[in-house]
Design a protein around this ligand. Sequence first.
Ligand SMILES: Nc1ncnc2c1ncn2[C@@H]1O[C@H](COP(=O)(O)OS(=O)(=O)O)[C@@H](OP(=O)(O)O)[C@H]1O
Length: 877
Amino acid sequence: MSILCLYDLCVNEVGCNGVGLEAFSVMLKTDCFNSRSTKWKRHWERLKTTWCRPSLFRHLTITKALLVAIILTVISLIFLSYHLMMLKSTYRRPNPPKPVVTCHLNRLQQSLFMPKDHSSHASVRIGRRVLVLVESQYTKLAKQIACLLESSRFEYKVENTGRNLPMLTHNDKGRFGVIIFESLEAYINMDHWNRQLIDKYCRDYSVGMIIFVHSVNEYAVEKEKVPGFPLVLRYNMALKDYRLNVFTDLWRMTRPGEIIGGDLSEDNWTVFEYNHSAYEPLAYANASPPPYVDPGFVLDNKTLVPVLQDRGTFDGIPRIFFGNDLQFWLHRLVLLDALSYLSHGKLSLSLDRYIQIDVDDIFVGITGTRMVVSDVEAMVKAQERFRKDVEGFHFNLGFSGWFYQHGNSLENAGDEKILEYKDKFWWFGHMWRHEQAHKFSQEHLEKSMLYNSQFAKEHGIQIQHQYAVAPHHSGVYPVHEPLYESWKNVWEIRVTSTEEYPKLYPSWRRRGFIHKGIMINIYMTHLGNYGNDRLALYTFESIFKFIKCWTNLKLKQVPPLELGIKYFEMFPEEKDPLWQDPCLYKRHFMIWSANKSCDRLPKFLVIGPQKTGTTALYTFLGMHPAILHNFKSPDTFEEVQFFNGNNYYKGLDWYMDFFPMPENTTSDFLFEKSATYFDNELVPRRVFALLPKAKLITILIHPAKRAYSWYQHQRAHGDPVAMNYSFLEIVKAGDSAPRKLRELRNRCLIPGIYVQHLSRWLEHFPSRQLFIVDGERLKSKPIAVMNNVQRFLHIEPRYNYSAQIRFDQKKGFYCQVMDENKIKCLGKSKGRQYPPMEEEAEDYLRSFYRKHNIQLSKFLNKHNYRIPDWLERELSS
Ligand SMILES: Nc1ncnc2c1ncn2[C@@H]1O[C@H](COP(=O)(O)OS(=O)(=O)O)[C@@H](OP(=O)(O)O)[C@H]1O
């Protein structure tokens, strides 16, 4: 009431300004003060005489006017939004679009064109990889080719035609199943040596070429002969009525027999004319008048050939020429069949395709966008139609029960309708209130899921596929461990999906992974496209029809759990996750718990190898006030050993828990050392994915000494093989030796092939991020080494090690100065006492490592590293 009175008072002030004071006074009295005491009336009179003085009028009028305007605006906004809502709920949407794709061939005619099987014995000699030779990696076509190969999960290598060719063979096997040339010009103009090499490779290993032919830019050049081939190119053609040649053996995934009627979108097609029996058309088209024609232009009414096959009878190399790029959609299908055909089936994809359509967020959504009864009925009918193309098809519905009956009356009826038809669909659990998982504790998440479970029970919804989806994909990737635990505890979830791994874009690079026994797949759409505009129904129906007309693909559906299992059977290489720093990608950061911080990740790593002095370096680094090391792991000799072995599967949270939160995130340096990282094949890629900016430090000593120290280490730990065999017996063990002995030999010798491991690290990291410590100098001149390490790490101010490290006669090594009278050396497992290496073993190892050491010195020179003293001595002896 008091607020109302104040408003009235303000209105009265406007009145004071001469717009009818009397009328407003009356209103005020009636509305606000009528029932009040005379005390109030007297007060009012006083106010009126003071406030309505002419000098005050001008000043107060603006304030009053503003207030009135605000009040009126608020009232009209409320009024408008109410009416808009009402309008929206009664608004009839225009009729949704109907798919227009229609096949020209009936089922019987279609059955005449059965998919060809390209597999033959020739595929045994080639790899499942494609070599793509381009003039530049950045052209549109080069990217389109890469995108198609990546989405098909074909391995490929892109090389510039100007450069040397990569190794084409390995162990008498061709490494590449098909060679793609991004342009005919690049092939024809290749330098003589490379051209000979590639042609010979194709003949020797029965490998085919795919060549794209581009029209020349000058319109004056209409025709051109291909040098060395009985082939003529006609440039810059406009085409219409594109159709495939039904009488070739190429069509596997592509179904011929249809026609793309009318003009094709581009007018720069190249068509092929030939005079040799090696050639066979793969597609036909007719000429269409170009947009600008000269007077006297006569349209060629011959049948033209925009895709041509060279069966290889001309010069022994099968080829397929494309007269346009992959912008034309049908060429993508043709390219996949060309890959299959030319690789003798090595690069073929299965014709069985599994589909799952999740309709996420059932019952969720703001009023006006939710499903009404007719939407639900349309969905049921669409599902029945889809079953004609996809055996046993079901929409997979994810629900958040709290939102049930939270729409307007029509939408609430829609909610009821869905439940009436509940048994027609598959269902999966979502969050009760559509919560973003990363914001909540396990306790909250479990409660939310239990509410949803309860809702399902009360409404008879069957949830049986051990599948769930997280709202906004939150918590799936980047991983929020409580979500995974809650899923397992409440729903026994074993499979989920996200489009965030490894990143949202580009979409063709999205992949799955397995974490803590839950399989993560990729597919997902949203309710809005069913409830509101029905775009999804239209899209999927069009896709299904299109697939039926133009391909031999068989669409199938299996329950989500089965699909998850199938997915990882098809792509086993995807099982292992590749953790990335969530702070490096905005979208990931948004769906990562606010309690976590990327400042708890190391800025540098000491990567090993084992027995080179890594513990001494770790200890000296830890003395620096600005350097913080990991908490020691009780399980793996104090090292974290995250990037190798099974710890990696424990996830990012597990790793970050090994680090303290730095007090100053810019000047403090977190680090860890795990000597096992250096020679593990998986580690460089994993480290780069998570810590692309990290600096790396490795230590190299003579590999023979390293091997011997490692052998002594194994003996000290009671390794039974090391206890039973001498060092010489181990290093000289042949391939017929017992398996355990061979395994120990490998673990002993392989880390010392330094060049192999360093090359792997530099495949991922730039050399400026890797520092190589000479391990002999670390022993003899640790103060100088530590100064260099500080310089490499850019740590300021420098720590003065000269007063902090001192040589200890008894230990025979440098140790940490604790105070004037006390020093602390490394434990007895570092700097062990053992007899010198036998001369025979030393000679054997020096010759074993010789060629690797030569390569190492070349590698170090190439990357501008200093050659360690021990290597220089070794190579000059
Ligand atoms: N200051 C200092 N104190 C003690 N030991 C030192 C030092 N500097 C280098 N070294 C050499 O380090 C060798 C052990 O290497 P690592 O620490 O890398 O071993 S491990 O892989 O972590 O087990 C160890 O090997 P062994 O002599 O065979 O025991 C030492 O030679």
